[in-house]
Design a protein around this ligand. Sequence first.
Ligand SMILES: Nc1ncnc2c1ncn2[C@@H]1O[C@H](COP(=O)(O)OP(=O)(O)O)[C@@H](O)[C@H]1O
Ligand SMILES: [Mg+2]
Length: 287
Amino acid sequence: MAAPTPAVEIKGLVKDFKTSFRRQMLRAVDDVSIRIMPGEVYGLIGPNGSGKSTTMKALLGLVAPTSGSCAIFGKDSLKVDSRNDVGFLPENPYFYKHLSGAETLRFYGKLCGLKGKRLDDRVSELLALVDLENARDRRLGGYSKGMLQRIGLAQAMIQEPRLVILDEPTAGVDPVGSRQIRDLILKLRERGITVFLCSHLLEQVQEVCDHVGIIFRGKMVKEGRLDDLIAIEDQTEIIIKDASPELISQITALVGNSTTASLVRTGKPRTTLERLFLRETTQGKDS
Ligand SMILES: Nc1ncnc2c1ncn2[C@@H]1O[C@H](COP(=O)(O)OP(=O)(O)O)[C@@H](O)[C@H]1O
Ligand SMILES: [Mg+2]
């Protein structure tokens, strides 16, 4: 059986930019290769200036590679039809602030050739998907950063793409807003949509991505399945609810009798500050 076509295939991508300083060249992306299979959620992480946006722009055909190649579902990114199946949320999406949420989506829907009832239905469906039905007739000028990112995500979904590319989807968004965006990304995954996102916010990537690449100064320094990358290979975790002190001492004694195993730590698992914050600010709605 033939292997499925990757949703994203970046091979040996190099991108140089001319700098204004003595016309020197700056290597923004240095021999990066990424393969994302259909249905995966892939997170590219790295500090600011490490080449994440440039990699995404090359994949979208918005900048031409200096060398190497990019393809989307087997179609070279330099060909226009490679973009048929892609939705893109740029780093700083620009919207007309006088249009309402619904009007914005209608505008983009029309650009994609939708009209009549199909357009109306699609706009309503997308507003429901991103949970902005209540704000559909409000002008974007009054939207929060998180709401704008969600309208941006809805815009990226307008032509029912199989691949969605999100550049820093939660940058500048508060924790509650970030959680909504993460839930949305998980919804996309449930629908089988491939997601390629980049971020410098590590925790958020950890919560949604199944594959991760770490890029630093234009180079891919580590890549793989998230679970493999963060597993501590030689340790095992047992989490017990309502354990009595006797039970703990029995388990401790049992491990103590082993000639090979040793107890590293017992104690209470910690929640993250972010989860605590969300719990306290959403009145127990989320945990
Ligand atoms: N159009 C451009 N012209 C010149 N330099 C650029 C251009 N776009 C990006 N760069 C430079 O390339 C490097 C990588 O940028 P970028 O891909 O935006 O990083 P990231 O998205 O990880 O923050 C940076 O040093 C940036 O200044
Ligand atoms: Mg960027």
